[in-house]
Design a protein around this ligand. Structure first.
Ligand code: ZN
Length: 289
């Protein structure tokens, strides 16, 4: 099956879907499949170097949906908090250099031995307010991605889309919403919180599927293999007039990470195609990217 370039113009592969590929390999690999969207991961970016990556992305005519992810802010002492703030500022700088419109803020679960989740939530809030002016100065959004509560202890205490919307209300223009169906599909407030966010607050949208049974914390499914209702969710986004990117983002230790990345990209394009196409009839849509 092949797809017109226009149908893929809002679609990016999130690099974590193909972890066998380095960043240059991913850029070339996605382009081979006619894709020019990529979400870049920080460890791959560091391996390649920010300047080399920026050059290669430009040469390959790639657009960047997001830079994943922020550094954790989950240490209890104030010196470590300062270090985490500085690390996140450097990540925002790197995002600006590669043209990423946001850094996905996976901002930290509980510190080792800590049981005060309310305290950690307020630490995260403080960190976001400290980072907001730097993000605004770089023209890069703090991309608030609520993570499913099963990640609250070890990844991020930002767990509800309603909480992410509350923070966006407080932070204003410096923040935006990164929505992932994997983290939000179960939430009775998913649809109403998308409406509350509106089209302009959602900066990128992550696709993958929730498998029954889920075997570990990195066992996300290919679109169509689980219980997520993609036509319904895409319909909500169409009603909002959402025109931003869609990313395929699959963490899959036991399945997709073991496969040939070319296979993951090919099947990913096929499975996502019905839910990423142009919003409006051909010729009337605003081209993204
Ligand atoms: Zn995600």
């Amino acid at each position: 099956m092949s797809f017109a370039a226009e149908d893929l113009s809002r679609f990016a592969i999130n690099q974590i879907t193909t972890p066998k590929w380095s960043l240059p390999e991913a850029i070339e690999g996605y382009a081979r499949h006619g894709l020019h969207g990529i979400a870049v991961w920080r460890h791959f970016l560091n391996d390649y170097g920010v300047s080399a990556a920026a050059r290669h992305l430009r040469q390959a005519d790639m657009w960047v949906a997001s830079l994943c992810t922020s550094a954790w802010v989950n240490e209890l002492d104030s010196e470590a908090f300062r270090r985490a703030i500085e690390a996140n500022k450097r990540i925002l700088d790197a995002a600006a250099k590669i043209g990423a419109p946001c850094v996905v803020m996976v901002i930290g679960g509980l510190a080792h031995g800590d049981k005060d989740i309310a305290g950690q939530r307020s630490r995260v809030r403080d960190a976001l307010f400290e980072l907001a002016p730097h993000a605004a100065a770089r023209g890069v959004k703090l991309g608030l991605e609520p993570l499913h509560p099963m990640y609250a202890a070890d990844r991020s205490v930002l767990n509800l889309i309603s909480g992410a919307n509350d923070l966006c209300d407080e932070l204003g223009d410096a923040a935006a919403l990164v929505v992932d169906v994997y983290h939000c599909w179960w939430d009775p407030a998913f649809e109403s919180e998308l409406r509350r966010a509106g089209r302009d607050r959602i900066i990128t949208f992550h696709y993958c599927d929730w498998l029954v049974l889920t075997r570990n914390l990195r066992d996300r499914g290919m679109v169509g293999d689980g219980v997520v209702n993609f036509p319904r969710i895409r319909g909500w986004l169409d009603d909002l007039g959402y025109e931003g990117p869609f990313e395929l983002e699959i963490f899959s230790e036991l399945d997709w990470w073991t496969r040939d990345p070319d296979e993951a990209v090919r099947i990913g394009i096929e499975r996502c195609a019905p839910y990423i196409g142009p919003l409006r009839p051909k010729g009337s849509e605003r081209r993204y990217g």
